[in-house]
Design a binder for this molecule. Structure first.
Ligand code: SAM
Ligand code: SF4
Length: 326
């Protein structure tokens, strides 16, 4: 379907949990996280029901996210069910990769199309200083095992932070030289704990890469569902992408909406606007009524983020990223 600004909305990110087995400094506090009550988390049946409705209005691509999606039991079951819905042709996953090695076989069997793995450093100590508790070796083993499946598209997500993992940018980039995957550098967004941390600009990251690996050559062919700008590097198997929602915003071509783990249909990351679909489902509203609400909510998707404006607006998102489903 098209929204009020004539953008085609065909992609939804579904958060299946707000829980996580890591505590990344820009995403979750070390202690005292308020988790959503289990009874308020959408059941798999509710998620499948919503996906059937999304498919009816033209959503064809689904990303499973969280929190950490692989901490939820039997995710492969959900993926298999979503993949079988008529009209849904692409189901992908964003994970921190800690549990990937043990789950990738069943995920692939369920029909998963692609995996994005978030890894901010290849160095054990730096990785732990960001995730607080993670073992980077588990993630690397998960990536390598996933790469054995030639039909699964693998992308790496890295959020560079000044003074913390900036020295790791080259090693992360080099993954795309030696392995059949692409690397994307994500600009830190001022959401939740991200407000207190300094990310790095796309320009600065590009300079570091070009000084060491040569010219980044613009790559224009489609590479997935998202807003990343991709580049090639000579002798690299994979591409290098940049997603810079703050300083290079892509709102005029935004194709996505989100569902939080507790069933809130969220139309832009920065704002708390949207619709509580869980309450509608649980109050017994008809399929037609729910479908109308979904269409109306998506139609009114905000025009753009205003991250660069101080105190820009009233309806700002107050949740942390693991609760939103980044
Ligand atoms: N746990 C999974 C993971 O880490 O990939 C999925 C959820 S996580 C919220 C999704 C992505 O959002 C990760 O790549 C993470 O690095 C990114 N992220 C979290 N907080 C962010 C922020 N403030 N700005 C930019 N990216 C952020
Ligand atoms: Fe967990 Fe992902 Fe947030 Fe890190 S970025 S704390 S892995 S949800």
């Amino acid at each position: 379907m098209f929204d009020i600004y004539n953008r085609k909305i065909d992609y939804i990110r579904i958060s299946v949990t707000d829980r996580c087995n890591l505590r990344c400094i820009y995403c979750m506090p070390e202690k005292g996280v308020q988790s959503v009550d289990n009874k308020d988390i959408l059941s798999y049946e509710e998620i499948i029901y919503l996906c059937e409705n999304f498919a009816k209005i033209g959503i064809s691509k689904i990303k499973i996210t969280g929190g950490e999606p692989l901490v939820r039991d039997n995710l492969a079951y959900l993926i298999k069910k979503i993949k079988s819905i008529q009209g849904i042709n692409n189901v992908t996953l964003t994970t921190n990769g800690i549990l990937l090695e043990e789950q990738i076989d069943s995920l692939v069997k369920s029909g998963l199309d692609a995996v994005n793995v978030s890894i901010d450093s290849l160095d054990e100590i730096t990785y732990k200083s960001i995730t607080r508790i993670g073992d980077v070796n588990k993630v690397i083993r998960g990536i390598d095992k996933t790469l054995e499946y030639k039909n699964i598209v693998v992308k790496i997500n890295c959020v560079p932070i000044e003074g913390i993992n900036d020295k790791q940018i080259l090693d992360i980039t080099k993954l795309a030289k030696n392995k059949n995957l692409s690397v994307r550098f994500i600009e830190l967004m001022p959401i939740g704990l991200g407000k207190k941390i300094n990310g790095m600009s796309e320009e600065k990251i590009k300079k570091i890469i070009q000084e060491n690996y040569g010219e980044l050559i613009v790559y224009n062919k489609p590479m997935g569902n998202g807003p990343s700008n991709y580049y090639s590097l000579e002798n690299f198997q994979g591409k290098i992408g940049f997603i810079s929602a703050v300083n290079h915003k892509f709102c005029n071509s935004c194709n996505r909406v989100r569902i939080t783990a507790n069933g809130f249909l969220k139309t832009c990351l920065q704002y708390n606007e949207g619709q509580d679909l869980k309450s509608l489902i649980r109050s017994g509203k008809s399929d037609e009524e729910i479908n109308e609400v979904i269409k109306k909510t998506i139609y009114n998707k905000p025009k753009e983020n205003r991250f660069l404006e101080q105190n820009c607006c009233e309806k700002l998102e107050q949740n942390i990223m693991s609760q939103i489903g980044g």
